[in-house]
Design a protein around this ligand. Structure first.
Ligand SMILES: *[C@@H]1O[C@H](CO)[C@@H](O)[C@H](O)[C@H]1NC(C)=O
Ligand SMILES: *[C@@H]1O[C@H](CO)[C@@H](O)[C@H](O)[C@H]1NC(C)=O
Ligand SMILES: *[C@@H]1O[C@H](CO)[C@@H](O)[C@H](O)[C@H]1NC(C)=O
Length: 542
């Protein structure tokens, strides 16, 4: 995709520039060959079917550098169609590569497809996981870290080593059994446990006394918020979903489904060395489920012991207050060497306010989840392909209202919000239910500007919004009977999934797409359909 832009660029200005200098500018390529297949594991002491990537559960950690081209040839050896999505990777100008059913046909069993992505101007902690059916409940997920280029200094000392930490709720049932529960109209039961890197107790992080480590912690679970902490140590938050934060110290931090945060942890340098517990426990659940890993000091003679560090229990306000302390470091570098603060998001006029309310309903006796009373149905033809081939009858723009309807039934539909490229939009997530929600937007980071209790109205902006140093992120939590607000500059042309990160809710319809569009066909705003694009539904004949 980069090559295509590059070629056009080259043809246009070949006469004025030396070829050599342009060729040098091409970014490096990273090639990954992945096989997704079933395997067996016993994370909670019961043998069950899991999804392995290259034989691993969780899947391999990807470590790449800003602007790298990442080519992933994914072979599907499952018995069902599969897509993997790249949580937080923006797919600049190329929603073709996003790996969700609105942009891609799924990869049929016993075949493969190659993603071609560029990590354009991104830095930080991301994840990948299957987006199809309930595959994610069986694994197939992993860490995806984008490191800064060597010419861009990060605003903290280089850690001795980095650890990728994936926390997930887990069931003893496999994904098909869980799907069956949802298909028959029921809610998922409480998870049976919490895993840290695929294990409930025994993951060990070997560390050297006196050194400082970076922990990249992601919640790759299905529906449960977690609190993360380390016995006898404090966490210095340095990065949150691709933004460098003000480096505040925390005893513990809440990480909601689909979210990620990175901490520096400095080890004790003196004394008798022992091991410590690393703890991930559930938030807002009864009972609380707890998982531990081991911080193993080199030379330690005693295993981790003593009471686990305490965590907040139900306290919603504690969590909301903590969320407001996560702030952008306005003087730190981003993926590009310009101070991020140069972008004064608080002064940009909002062209449209969209209020999205989550709800549960029964349609034909079956449980469904909805946004503004529309429960999403995936058409056989991916929306992006319908757009590309001008196939009518797949979706209707703005068939979902910009605010929740006061009355009326919940219906099935294919919701697509139509926006113009570069629109600056306010989205308010209104949660009138008793459970915490988590929302993710593909293709575009957003400023997480406000959290509040009760019903949102426009006068709350002045009281509760951070118009100065909110961080940009890709997933935002919404507390029970509360609202959360984001501002987003829709600068990435394409078809982008806005979804509940709670996977049962999304599977049963709590998602929509945001179409970011202009009528100008230009490779500077969007790449052409990749030559290897799979065609399905009505696009098969196109
Ligand atoms: C499938 O993988 C093989 C190599 O493993 C590769 O040569 C081929 O191009 C891939 N096919 C697709 C459609 O990506
Ligand atoms: C913000 O970033 C600057 C520049 O890298 C760094 O020197 C400073 O310590 C950071 N401030 C905080 C509070 O994290
Ligand atoms: C907005 O919400 C606040 C807090 O719930 C409430 O006090 C206020 O009356 C509301 N204002 C309007 C105009 O509805």
């Amino acid at each position: 995709m980069r090559q295509v832009i590059f070629l056009h660029f080259l043809l246009g200005i070949l006469t004025c520039l030396s070829v050599v200098s342009i060729v040098k500018a091409e970014d490096p390529y990273v090639y990954l060959n992945w096989v997704a297949e079933y395997g067996e594991a016993s994370p909670l002491g019961v043998k069950q079917r899991v999804i392995l990537i290259n034989g691993q559960f969780p899947g391999p950690t990807v470590n790449v550098v800003t602007n790298d081209n990442v080519i992933v040839n994914l072979e599907n050896k499952l018995d069902e169609p599969l897509l993997i999505t790249w949580n937080g990777i923006k797919q600049r100008k190329a929603s073709w590569q996003d790996g969700v059913l609105g942009t891609n046909c799924p990869i049929p069993p016993n075949s493969n497809w190659t993603y071609k992505m560029q990590m354009k101007d991104q830095i930080g902690t991301f994840t990948y996981f299957p987006s199809t059916l309930l595959h994610r409940a069986a694994g197939g997920f992993g860490g995806f870290n984008i490191l800064a280029r060597s010419v861009i200094p990060v605003p903290y000392p280089k850690p001795y080593e980095e650890f990728t930490v994936l926390v997930s709720d887990w069931w003893k049932n496999d994904h098909k059994e869980l799907q069956q529960i949802l298909d028959s109209g029921n809610t998922l039961p409480m998870p049976d446990g919490i895993l840290i890197n695929g294990q409930p107790r025994s993951t060990s992080f070997d560390v050297v006394p006196g050194q400082t480590y970076l922990f990249r912690v992601s919640n790759v679970g299905m529906m449960t918020s977690i609190n993360f902490r380390i016995q006898g140590h404090t966490l210095r938050l340095v990065e949150c979903e691709g933004s460098h934060t003000m480096q505040e110290m925390y005893e513990s931090l809440d990480i909601h489904v689909g979210q990620a945060s990175s901490f520096l942890v400095t080890l004790h340098g003196h004394g008798e060395f022992k091991d410590f517990f690393i703890v991930a426990s559930t938030r807002f659940t009864k009972p609380i489920l707890t998982s531990t890993a081991i911080l193993h000091y080199q030379g330690s003679k005693s295993s981790a012991s003593g009471p686990l560090p305490i965590a907040p229990t139900y306290h919603i306000h504690w969590s909301m207050k903590q969320a407001r302390t996560v702030r952008w470091n306005l003087t730190a570098n981003a993926a590009r060497p310009n101070p991020q603060g140069a972008f004064h998001y608080g002064t940009i006029p909002v062209v449209r306010t969209i209020v999205l309310e989550n709800s549960a309903a029964r349609i034909n006796g079956k449980l469904r989840y909805a946004i503004n009373k529309i429960s999403y149905i995936n058409p056989d033809t991916p929306l992006k392909l319908a757009d590309n081939f001008n196939i009518p009858g797949v979706f209707t723009l703005n068939s979902i209202p910009d605010s929740p309807p006061a009355t009326g039934p919940t219906i099935l539909g294919t919701s697509v919000i139509g926006t113009a490229l570069h629109d600056f939009v306010e989205i308010v997530f209104q949660n009138s239910e008793s459970t915490v929600q988590s929302w993710h937007l593909d293709g575009n980071d957003f400023w997480a500007v406000g959290y509040g209790s009760g019903k949102w109205n426009a006068t709350l902006r002045r009281r509760f919004y951070n118009f100065n140093d909110a961080t940009t992120r890709y997933t935002i939590q919404v507390y029970p009977y509360s609202w959360s607000a984001i501002l987003v500059s829709l600068d990435n042309k394409g078809m982008w999934n806005l979804r509940s990160a709670n996977w049962a809710r999304r599977y049963l319809g709590q998602e929509l797409y945001v179409r970011v569009w202009n009528n100008e066909h230009s490779l500077f705003t969007e790449t052409d359909i990749p030559p290897n694009a799979l065609l399905c539904g009505k696009a098969k004949q196109a």
